[in-house]
Design a protein around this ligand. Structure first.
Ligand SMILES: C[S@@+](CC[C@H](N)C(=O)[O-])C[C@H]1O[C@@H](n2cnc3c(N)ncnc32)[C@H](O)[C@@H]1O
Length: 278
């Protein structure tokens, strides 16, 4: 069923104001598909009925479904593998002797989607540092979507998901193969790797971890969907949560240029990281 441009614009504005994600008119067809799904799920009979209810106020499950449906959760294990290698070789390994359980190295994966990003870090640290992981490390993983967070917390991935970016030795060391509900192969991450990660729901436009300071923050492939004003706002909150001299990692196609003066750009091979100024 079709939504008029005016109705689509109403929902797009609501999404932008609440989550920051921008739908340009060229992507309205995508928004419409998502609205149609929500309409059937919530039992509205027509776009008019859904719109009439929305103009009275969007709250509860309607709000959650609408905002959740607007998110793009594309991710994979070790996405941009060179960034993980640089984090290990340039940021963590040279300082490993300075971390302890009382002064751990603290990492925040700020838009973690289905969990592959924080789990990639956990596997890499466990593989490299053995018994020092998790003791010397803390990992916080947050996302707006409770749907992806619930998935992430399970630590259970399909054959297709583990084939995307996960080195075979990590698969064999850190996962067990189990049988899924439809008889398919499913890979369950070992609990020792899940336990050190704290998953939390967080809308980066509304909240940041209170008064927590991190050594490293990954905010990758999330800001690209935001308008410039929101990018700056989210970055300022993230910056407040980073230690001086700490590092921010963005997605391979993202950059801080024109968005923040709080960082020095540091380039290792072809990977660009941002170091918070002292
Ligand atoms: C494309 S995924 C990126 C996942 C991972 N960082 C990566 O690079 O593979 C973007 C994630 O950002 C989350 N997101 C979008 N807007 C958000 C917001 N305002 N606050 C928190 N998370 C948000 C989405 O739910 C989605 O899971």
């Amino acid at each position: 069923m079709t939504f008029t441009k005016e109705k689509l614009s109403f929902f797009a504005t609501f999404i932008e104001q609440n989550l920051g994600i921008v739908y340009s008119e060229i992507n309205y067809f995508q928004l419409e598909m998502r609205l149609n799904d929500i309409m059937s799920f919530l039992g509205f009979n027509s776009p008019d009925e859904m719109y009439s209810s929305a103009v009275q106020g969007i709250s509860g499950s309607f709000r959650e479904l609408l905002l959740d449906a607007a998110t793009n959760n594309e991710t994979s294990f070790f996405r941009d593998p060179s960034a993980f290698q640089i984090i290990l070789d340039q940021l963590i390994r040279p300082q490993i002797a300075t971390f302890s359980s009382s002064v751990p190295y603290r990492i925040w994966s700020a838009a973690c989607s289905n969990g592959q990003e924080p789990y990639s870090l956990a596997m890499m640290l466990s593989h490299e540092f053995g018994s020092l992981f998790p003791g010397c490390f803390e990992i916080l993983a947050t996302d707006f979507s409770t749907r992806v967070l619930n998935y992430a917390k399970l630590g259970r991935y399909s054959q297709l998901e583990v084939q995307r970016g996960l080195p075979i030795h990590y698969l064999l060391n850190f996962f067990s193969k189990i049988v899924g509900e439809r008889g398919e192969d499913v890979w369950q991450l070992k609990h020792e790797l899940q336990r050190p990660i704290t998953f939390k729901q967080m809308n980066l436009l509304e909240k940041s971890p209170d008064s927590e300071k991190f050594n490293l923050i990954l905010c990758r492939n999330m800001l690209i969907y935001q308008n410039v004003e929101n990018k700056k706002y989210i970055l300022s909150r993230i910056t407040n949560c980073l230690h001086k001299g700490g590092y921010l990692v963005m997605g391979a196609a993202e950059s801080l240029i024109g968005l923040s003066d709080d960082y020095d750009l540091v380039s290792f091979d072809r990977v660009v990281l941002y170091r918070k100024k002292d």
